[in-house]
Design a protein around this ligand. Structure first.
Ligand SMILES: [Cu+2]
Length: 492
């Protein structure tokens, strides 16, 4: 079985990073020795039937499972980084599980043994991994699947608990990987199976953070500051504005029972999921086994799910929304279920007025400029070092690590970095503008992406002074004036 080229210790370190960010998903019950053992676990017994999993793109889901016995299910999921439409005239570089957002829908049966292959396309710029909430075990598989571009990793798990589960990338910086679209759903059907219905669909919400405001045209880069502030420019179903409207609307016939597998990738927002003009007959709350009856709006947490079921009695257009309603009419969270068939005047009669539910479209509303508090100003080197230390922990540590040691193959070291020490101005340029493409640090090649961070000249001066005076680097002081010059010199 092929594994990550990284030593186990490093894969464990990745889980460590992830645990700092998202403590809830991290196993505290296991020791490192146990984690290592689980990494070596072998496949299912030979007598089990082996099935290649059917994987689907939203809004479709794989066929319900009719098997009455467990099987060994092989899942092959490929990560790609692709430019796709986020809205009309707006493109975005999505990081995907299987080519689109949300990732492929996976469907297995309780007590199936899953052999999970994660491939990372050779053209990817970043390493990725996967944490499936359906997994019982450390990191949900994150440590076992840390995968560099052009690599494939494999791990096995037993789907013990039935339910609808989110999966997502958990590579640092976790928030950025999720914000770029790295999430999807896996349904673990209960042993007794699921009640048959007429239509099943896959709907997953996500919030997106672009440099430009909603509707600003062109290829839009990720905006870290908006993500930290939890102020998305877009909130959408299935990866783009209009993914489920017009010709893309999902459909049903009068009398059909409809089941929606609803997920929320976040990274930040909680969804108040609602279908205008319908009442959910059943909601499997949070994707678990309890059923609530007769529900109008159901909460779908970030990193959570719900299964909603309803019978459609009356023809017309039913609008799927996040009832935090500005998101629907001003940020894109709007889908449509078209129901065709004969009227049922006993249930609904009268003029059907649709206009009020059309999206307000490209009406971009200008937000007042925020008066962000001014950062503290350092007037000597000691103060710069102190402020820089905090800035480093907040802005750099997730990737370059606490001691500046980096992570081999993914994030270059800042400690004793020949690249950094050879040309401080060039490194200031990296911090100011971000960096993409191949560089060599201490003999190792890195070909990855450092995002542009929104730091002021003062902040860059402080963090660079801290970096230069840490971990045996060459020392010195960087001033805001030097930053200003270096920024212009290394503009690209
Ligand atoms: Cu990722």
């Amino acid at each position: 079985m092929k594994r990550s080229h990284l030593p186990k210790a490093i894969r464990l370190a990745i889980v460590g990073i992830f645990c700092l960010g998202m403590a809830t998903s991290c196993g505290t019950k296991t020791t490192n020795a146990e984690i290592l053992n689980s990494l070596n676990e072998t496949a299912a017994p030979a007598e089990m039937p082996v099935i290649e999993a059917e994987l689907t793109d939203a809004p479709l889901v794989p066929a319900p499972i009719t098997r009455k016995h467990p099987a060994k299910v092989v899942v092959r999921l490929e990560v790609t980084e692709v430019v796709k439409k986020l809205a009309d005239g707006v493109d975005y570089t999505f990081w995907t599980f299987g080519g689109s957002v949300p990732g492929k829908f996976i469907r297995v049966r309780q007590n199936d043994e899953v052999e999970f292959h994660l491939m990372n396309h050779p053209d990817s710029k970043n390493p990725h991994n996967i944490d499936l909430h359906a997994v019982t075990g450390p990191g949900g598989g994150a440590a076992a699947t840390f995968t560099a571009p052009g690599q494939e990793t494999v791990f096995n798990f037993k789907a013990i608990n039935p339910g609808l589960y989110v999966y997502h990338c958990a590579t640092a910086p976790v928030g950025m990987h999720i914000a770029n679209g790295m999430y999807g759903l896996i349904m673990v059907e209960p042993e007794e199976g699921m009640e048959p219905v007429d239509k099943e669909y896959y709907v997953m919400q996500g919030d997106f953070y672009t440099k430009g405001a909603f509707g600003a045209p062109g290829l839009q880069p990720f905006d870290m500051e908006k993500a930290l502030d939890e102020k998305p420019s877009y909130v959408v179903f299935n990866g783009s504005v209009g993914s489920m409207t017009g010709d893309n609307a999902i459909t049903a016939k009068v009398g059909d029972k409809v089941r929606l597998f609803v997920g929320n990738g976040g990274p930040n927002l909680v969804s108040s999921f609602h279908v205008i003009g319908e009442i959910f007959d059943n909601v499997y709350v949070e994707g678990g086994s309890n059923v609530n009856k007769n529900v109008q709006t159901t909460l779908v947490p970030a990193g959570g799910s719900a299964i909603t079921e309803f019978k459609v009695d009356v023809p017309g257009n039913y609008v799927l929304v996040d009832h935090s309603i500005f998101r629907t009419f001003n940020k894109g969270a709007l889908g449509m279920l078209k129901v065709e068939g004969p009227d049922n005047l006993a249930i609904f009669s009268g003029q059907t007025e649709q206009k009020i539910y059309l999206p307000e479209g490209s009406v971009v509303q200008e937000m007042p400029k925020s008066n962000a508090p001014k950062a503290a100003i350092a007037n000597n080197k000691d103060m710069r070092l102190e402020l820089g230390k905090t800035l480093y922990a907040q802005n750099c540590q997730a990737c370059h690590q606490a001691e500046g040691q980096g992570i081999k193959g993914a994030f270059p070291p800042l400690a004793k970095s020949d690249y950094l020490n050879a040309d401080v101005d060039r490194s200031i340029g990296v911090v100011a503008h971000g960096l993409e493409g191949q560089i060599k640090v201490n003999g190792e090649v890195y070909n990855s992406t450092m995002p542009k961070l929104k730091l002021s000249d003062e902040e860059i001066a402080n963090v660079m002074t801290y970096v230069l005076n840490s971990w045996s680097n060459k020392g010195g002081e960087v001033t805001p004036e030097q930053v200003k010059k270096a920024k212009d010199k290394y503009k690209h």
